[in-house]
Design a protein around this ligand. Structure first.
Ligand SMILES: Nc1ncnc2c1ncn2[C@@H]1O[C@H](COP(=O)(O)OP(=O)(O)O)[C@@H](O)[C@H]1O
Ligand SMILES: [Mg+2]
Length: 335
């Protein structure tokens, strides 16, 4: 069955005690709705509905899944459920909060705390539309918190495996949270069959392309580097499979010099190593660099800076940095 647009559940529908307000997003794998729980609290409900496997026409609630697609649909459903259950045990401010799960309409629904905000990808696009770029201080602040959330995920024996600006959500108070663990896989005790992992070109590490495995925390590290790169450049890095034959990344890193501190550029380069063993082996190592290295020097008139000396330059750098404050190819392709 070819991919199609599935009809969303109708606004106002009551389902398992929740009232659907409206669809807020739909991807190839699921539809996300804003809804209210019985107490009137806003929740986001994610409905498992892979469009390549299931078809729901307008006016229907239960999707049709062909006999041929049924086994794969069921495996995906089980993964969605199991992984959501694992996620539900994680309570961290930088990880989306999963509140409930229920079955209805021959599929599964995951209930999350609703957060108002927008994705990091939207942030990048807005900055670029204004002719600006995502500043170093902002990147550092956001990714230090993203890494805190990711440490918690890894500590729960989960990998995210689809980290990218579209899956990093910025609440209106500016704090980030990790979303969309659809591709997450349990790293231990994984005795259930899994679907081939989905990956997003540019953000997916090379080992995700190789069917031989070798996935680990270092795989998420690659995607973190790719996400920081996307903040800096406005588009994803060269896809990892292409890098294996002709790696064009060196030139891109060189172009970043000047706009960002050498420490940050080096960190991104380190995360984006093709060889997993050459990447940072712990998130802690990454956090340390993000917290320690200085922000970039300001763009100030040369003469004044020379006369005032390095001390003030550092101070202005910090202030200047602080003041500057997302294949599923298509929609995730920036620029
Ligand atoms: N808990 C939530 N609160 C608010 N919006 C959410 C929440 N979860 C998802 N969304 C919205 O739905 C979009 C898609 O969610 P995501 O989990 O990434 O699904 P997909 O598999 O379609 O990419 C997000 O970019 C965000 O706009
Ligand atoms: Mg997503």
């Amino acid at each position: 069955m070819a991919a199609q647009n599935n009809a969303p559940l109708p606004d106002g529908l009551e389902i398992a005690g929740y009232r659907i307000v409206k669809k807020i997003a739909s991807g190839g794998f699921s539809i996300v709705y804003l809804a209210y729980d019985p107490d009137g609290v806003a929740v986001a409900i994610k409905e498992y509905l892979p469009s390549s496997l299931a078809l729901r026409r307008d006016g229907e609630l239960v999707p049709t899944v062909s006999r041929a697609n049924l086994p794969v649909f069921r495996i995906g459903l089980k993964c969605f459920f199991e992984e959501g259950r694992a996620l539900a045990r994680i309570a961290h401010p930088n990880v989306v909060s999963v509140l409930n799960f229920f079955r209805a309409h021959d599929t599964v629904y995951m209930v999350m705390a609703y957060e108002s905000g927008h994705s990091l990808q939207e942030h990048i696009q807005r900055q670029r539309a204004k002719g600006g770029k995502v500043g170093e201080a902002f990147i550092r602040t956001i990714f230090i918190q993203v890494l805190k959330g990711l440490r918690e995920v890894h500590a729960s024996k989960l990998l995210h495996l689809d980290l990218k600006p579209a899956n990093i959500y910025l609440r209106t108070d500016g704090t980030p949270m990790l979303l969309d663990f659809g591709a997450a896989r349990q790293t231990v005790n994984n005795d259930m069959p899994t679907l081939a992992p989905m990956y997003t070109p540019g953000f997916a590490p090379p080992e995700l392309y190789a069917k031989t495995g070798g996935l680990g925390p270092w795989s998420d590290v690659y995607s973190i580097g790719a996400s920081m790169f996307a903040c800096m450049v406005g588009s994803p890095p060269q896809p990892a499979d292409q890098r294996k034959s002709e790696d064009k990344m060196a030139g891109h890193f060189d172009k970043l010099a000047g706009g960002y501190s050498p420490e940050l550029v080096e960190l991104v380069r380190w995360c984006l190593r093709v060889d997993p063993l050459e990447r940072p082996q712990s998130l802690f190592a990454l956090q340390k660099v993000l917290q320690a290295a200085p922000p970039p020097p300001p763009q100030a008139p040369r003469g004044i800076m020379a006369r005032l000396g390095g001390g003030l330059r550092g101070l202005v750098g910090r202030l200047g940095g602080a003041a500057r404050p997302k294949a599923r190819a298509g929609p995730d392709t920036l620029v």
